[in-house]
Design a protein around this ligand. Structure first.
Ligand code: ADP
Ligand code: MG
Length: 267
């Protein structure tokens, strides 16, 4: 059992704001994420969830606000620097290099630990000849195979990423993110397009990742998944936080129910 008294804040967000033109995609967001928690971030389409991930990973600059990760302000750090600090993500719209094999895809994640640029990582993971293989390289391969076994993809290590069924492509994205050895993992709709069997498998995988001590922010529309595994839930609507609490508190909150009216989501 995790000891709540021992928990501390892994990520602290203060007044985070992002405008596109005059439109506030994220408006003065304050949010604390406890170390070792699964913290869900939910809200109707367009609420600002993916924008929040883009600000956290540094692919978009915030207009105002502060991001403190593990006690350090990361506002000015480039995306690769944030990966090195331990922030990893998966994408709402799957972003895999289609021609790479499953194994090569995971190796890229590992090389991102060592290289400041994804292109350098790509070159090292894929273009290196066997005679250049170092001890470090072999160790990375062993780690990659372990990760693939962990996610049930080891049997597909030599298949092209684009040949995998959709649900397995999502798992491969997760494997690539885990290969960077994150301390904070951002999952953007990981169950989208998965069948119920894959979703319950994903449920177990996310829980096991959390139990390894990795903090997770989970953006997801599958409320059964969200309410079943989250320690905390923050709800966004039109870029603004409208509620925060335990899954039970959130499910019963009239403000949240109202925000979801008209959406094809069962709280
Ligand atoms: P969510 O992930 O919660 O569905 P997003 O963060 O993708 O929402 O989008 C929040 C709002 O910001 C939406 O209205 C979206 O159209 C807008 N938006 C997101 N990215 C951009 C962008 N690059 N340029 C202009 N508007 C954007
Ligand atoms: Mg989104």
């Amino acid at each position: 059992m995790r000891d709540p008294a021992a928990s501390h804040v892994c990520l602290s967000i203060e007044g985070l704001t992002k405008r596109f033109g005059g439109f506030y995609a994220l408006n003065q967001l304050n949010m604390d994420v406890q170390q070792g928690h699964i913290h869900a971030l939910i809200g109707p389409n367009g609420a600002g969830k993916t924008t929040f991930f883009n600000l956290l990973t540094g692919v978009l600059p915030a207009d105002t606000g502060k991001i403190v990760f593990d006690g350090q302000i990361v506002d000015d750090a480039r995306p690769s620097r944030r990966t090195l600090k331990g922030i990893a993500r998966t994408f709402q719209n799957i972003r895999l290099f289609p021609h790479l094999t499953v194994m090569e895809t995971v190796m890229i994640g590992e090389h991102c630990r060592a290289h400041p640029s994804v292109w350098k990582a790509l070159g090292d993971a894929v273009l290196k000849r066997p005679f250049q293989e170092s001890v470090a390289e072999r160790e990375m391969q062993t780690n990659a195979i372990e990760l693939l076994e962990y996610l049930g993809l080891a049997g597909k290590r030599d298949e092209k990423a684009s040949d995998l069924p959709y649900g397995e492509q999502r798992k491969l994205e997760l494997a690539r993110a885990l290969a960077t050895k994150p301390r904070l993992l951002l999952l953007d709709e990981p169950a989208a397009g998965m069948n119920p069997r894959e979703t319950s498998e994903l449920d177990r995988i996310i829980t096991r990742v959390r139990d390894r001590g990795i903090t997770i922010i989970l953006v997801e529309h599958d409320m059964k998944l969200v309410m079943g595994i989250s320690d905390n839930v923050t709800v966004l609507n039109f870029g603004t936080k409208i509620a925060e609490g335990s899954p039970r508190q959130i499910q019963d909150d009239p403000v949240v129910i109202e925000a979801y009216l008209g959406e094809d989501v069962q709280l």
